[in-house]
Design a protein around this ligand. Sequence first.
Ligand code: UTP
Length: 499
Amino acid sequence: MIQDNTRVAAVRERYKAAGQDHVFTFWDELSERERESFLLQLESFDPVALNITYAQATAFSKNTVIFADLSPLDPSEVQSTLTATSEEKDEWYTLGMKAIANNQAAVILLAGGQGTRLGSMLPKGCYPDIGLPSHKTLFQIQAERIFKLQELARMDRAKRSGQSLDSVPPVVVPWCIMTSGSTRHQAEVFLREQDYFGLSADNIIIFEQGVIPCFDKEGKFLLDQKNTIATSPNGNGGLYWALRREGVLDELAKRGVRYAHCYSVDNILIKIGDPIGIGHALETGADVTAKAMPKTRATEPLGMICRLGGKIKVVEYSEMDPGLAALIDDRTGESVYRTGYICNQICSLDLLQKISGILQNKGQDTLPYHPALKRIPHVDLRTGLFVHPEKPNGVKLELFIFDVFPLAERFACLEVERSREFSPMKNATGLDSPSTCRRDLERLHIRWIGEAGGHVEGKAIEQIGPRLSYAGEGLEWVKGKTIRAGALESRDDALFIKH
Ligand code: UTP
């Protein structure tokens, strides 16, 4: 316990040797209990190793030499759902649906981010103010899409096997939700209180990623309280380590899962467990299939999928050479580095196991940490007061999910249509905000109705509940009809005003 002075001295010595002993500034003011919890946290970190991580991460971001070896993907490496023939798409869909129906697909939600740009106190999945007519949150939309996908796959299996639907066992697409200290509790309580939006709790696996200390600009740990080092989630690349440590990979392997669709929580148009993407992975034998789309402008905040020394490399927008990002191909008039990464990928379970095994043996730091300059609230060492800086004052380090791509033996890139699959909620207002998400969902659903031969009256918001349609299918009944805007959860909600 705390009375053990040798233990305290040993910890102090380690932090002193690393030049981080300022963390003990308030030690004398702490109660025994506060000291004990602080010691536990201090012992969980290796300050010398963290200094090295900080130094490498900040040096890495300044290093522009690698850009000399960078090249865009060759167009032949990119397939697109926009240019694929309907036969190709049908084949991918059939393959994917078959795998889903055989319970070989899972979905992994990346929901550990702090959503600082959105500025909500709640995890993004529970964000209440998207303003949809149904008042749904992102978690609800996603849960309902999984529900519908399971139903579609079961129907598909019944059809293929010639069995009645009743004799086909339920299909399960496990929903693995990666949270962090910042989001876990609220996400867990929210989902439980909503009874998992109709999904079975047995098939929802909530797990937690790791954290890493926050640094000031000189590489010193910041304090969140007088007895706590400020920490932040260690980036969405913390996934691979967490999947193994939290037993998720074992669980998925036990269930016979072969492919996992990993996606970002904030994309309102996400096609969760997309059969076309999974079928594409099966057909190409890819262990990673990254969905992508052309960037709309050089400065669009999307990573760029490129090649570096022959290997696949995603360069985060904040780390890209601005000159290269702005290069235009004279022949096409498009950006040379056009292939935007949208944090939406299908990974084979074999690859996830391989990567997490490598990280377990060699340490999570095998992947590079990326620095981000942020405003980090902290305790001022001179005054002991908690301060909320107005300008960026420190550095958060993050692992990126795409930094394992060079380990893939076979990488595939599938371009998809933005208006059908991508609209992220990053900011509180303006671009990529709740209002653009609402607009894009509305436009897509109006389009689905148009494609099914129907018409929407007026400009008011339209929303088709995921249980009614996963991706525009099953809307034949709107043909020749005009629908008054609103939230359609079932056919009964539709008010036909003209026939
Ligand atoms: P972003 O990089 O957009 O981060 O994450 P964010 O936390 O949502 O927003 P900002 O940058 O703080 O404003 C892309 C995806 O990766 C997840 C996010 O939840 C989001 O789904 N993520 C990010 C994690 O799961 N863990 C992390 O540590 C960071």
